[in-house]
Ligand binder design. Structure first.
Ligand SMILES: *[C@@H]1O[C@H](CO)[C@@H](O)[C@H](O)[C@H]1NC(C)=O
Ligand SMILES: *[C@@H]1O[C@H](CO)[C@@H](O)[C@H](O)[C@H]1NC(C)=O
Ligand SMILES: *[C@@H]1O[C@H](CO)[C@@H](O)[C@H](O)[C@H]1NC(C)=O
Ligand SMILES: *[C@@H]1O[C@H](CO)[C@@H](O)[C@H](O)[C@H]1NC(C)=O
Ligand SMILES: *[C@@H]1O[C@H](CO)[C@@H](O)[C@H](O)[C@H]1NC(C)=O
Ligand SMILES: *[C@@H]1O[C@H](CO)[C@@H](O)[C@H](O)[C@H]1NC(C)=O
Length: 353
């Protein structure tokens, strides 16, 4: 407007069309000036420019807000109903954002499409906890080369476990320091290898891990700086746990080692894994025990067979013995019968009289 008036005041030096042209330029300047786009806050969000934080809570929107300001360093999106994180969901007009922290917990997210986090090359922390992930693309985390912390607590549905494993095996996550997977009913470590990351903490609390095999233990030993949290898992304390048991005692890589409990076998339910004795997880010992039971069984069977043999071989003697008993019985019966007849006759006679 200022430009328009100044043009008007310059004593008709400019023809009318020129004034309109200046007016147009001014309007365009206002529309696309950096100040204007920067001040825009996505609808139904709260923007705090000083702290670089955009917060969007509880709403009916089913998509990630568009027009995320360029200055955003932290974005918190919570309590929405976002069923799918689409490809490039955080790209505004094909420009990259400098965002460092992205929290997407409690949004009911069910699917993550490939390249969903495109355009966030500086992202350090991604929180996807408390969602309901049923489908995770193998390229879901593509491009997150600076990511250090990934939180996926209480978020993975059982049918998505295999997809999670392939999504996590991307080379993009090479700077990952901390991976939290609490409460996902996982039955094993959902990582094919450990040497592609820079992991310092792997949190697997409250899952369904019953045992951790020798192969995994070897890989854990190789990652000296890695700490693995494993409490609230139902460990099966038999000899398959031997390598893990010694890793637990030896490596001090499990900070919550004292809180790991056996859930099987029945006899050891509730006892701490690190308080087991070496013999409890010793396969030699277990095999010996099994062998001794088999041996006892064989011995009992042999005794039974011998007994039957004795009976069989002695069948003549036994027959004679049985006959003797029968004879004895018969003699006894006859005596009794005779006495009965002797006693009863006179009584019968009396009654008749
Ligand atoms: C979430 O959105 C979907 C459609 O995208 C709808 O079917 C569903 O009912 C919504 N759920 C809630 C809790 O609002
Ligand atoms: C979108 O980007 C194009 C070029 O990439 C630019 O000309 C245009 O002004 C941008 N629009 C907005 C709203 O930032
Ligand atoms: C789960 O994720 C949150 C981030 O939302 C984190 O603060 C917390 O420490 C994680 N672990 C557990 C056990 O909840
Ligand atoms: C463990 O996770 C289940 C869901 O998987 C949850 O219901 C339970 O409360 C959790 N237990 C603890 C002690 O956090
Ligand atoms: C753990 O062991 C399973 C099979 O036992 C294997 O597929 C997986 O790659 C191993 N993971 C690690 C990190 O050692
Ligand atoms: C460490 O583990 C090995 C078996 O891998 C075992 O022989 C050794 O005794 C353990 N050391 C300690 C201090 O427990």
């Amino acid at each position: 407007m200022l430009i328009f008036y100044s043009a008007n005041n310059s004593k008709s030096l400019f023809p009318i069309w020129n004034q309109w042209c200046l007016c147009y330029v001014a309007v365009v300047c206002l529309l696309f000036s950096p100040v204007r786009t920067d001040d825009a806050c996505p609808s139904s969000c709260i923007c705090a420019r000083e702290s670089g934080t955009v917060t969007c809570r509880d709403g009916d929107e089913t998509e990630v807000p568009g027009n995320i300001p360029e200055w955003t360093s932290t974005m918190i999106l919570k309590g929405r109903n976002i069923s799918t994180l689409q490809r490039g969901a955080f790209m505004t007009n094909d420009t990259e954002l400098e965002m460092m922290t992205l929290s997407l917990s409690y949004n009911g997210i069910q699917a993550i499409e490939p390249y969903a986090f495109l355009g966030l090359p500086r992202l350090h922390l991604l929180d996807l906890s408390h969602n309901r992930l049923e489908s995770i693309s193998a390229r879901a985390f593509h491009g997150l080369t600076e990511l250090r912390s990934l939180y996926l607590n209480y978020s993975i549905m059982p049918q998505a476990t295999a997809q999670l494993i392939s999504a996590l095996s991307t080379q993009s996550l090479r700077n990952l320091h901390r991976l939290e997977l609490t409460g996902n009913r996982l039955t094993s470590i959902p990582l094919i290898r450990l040497d592609i990351y820079n992991l310092h903490a792997l949190v697997l609390i409250n899952n369904s891990i019953e045992t951790i095999g020798r192969e995994n233990v070897t890989n854990l030993y190789q990652q000296r700086r890695l700490r693995v949290y494993l409490s609230l898992n139902p460990f099966r304390c038999n000899c398959d746990l031997e390598a893990f048991y010694y890793w637990l005692k030896n490596s001090s890589q499990c900070p919550d080692a004292g809180r790991l409990l056996c859930s099987e076998p029945e006899a050891k339910r509730g006892s701490p894994v690190d308080k087991l004795r070496g013999e409890d997880v010793d396969c030699m010992n277990e095999n010996l025990e099994a062998v001794s039971y088999v041996f006892l069984g064989i011995v009992l069977a042999l005794i039974g067979v011998v007994f039957l043999m004795v009976l069989y071989l002695n069948r003549g003697g036994i027959k004679r013995w049985l006959n003797n008993i029968r004879e004895a019985c018969r003699d006894q019966m006859e005596v009794y019968h005779y006495r009965y007849e002797q006693d009863s006759d006179p009584r019968l006679a009396n009654v008749a009289v």
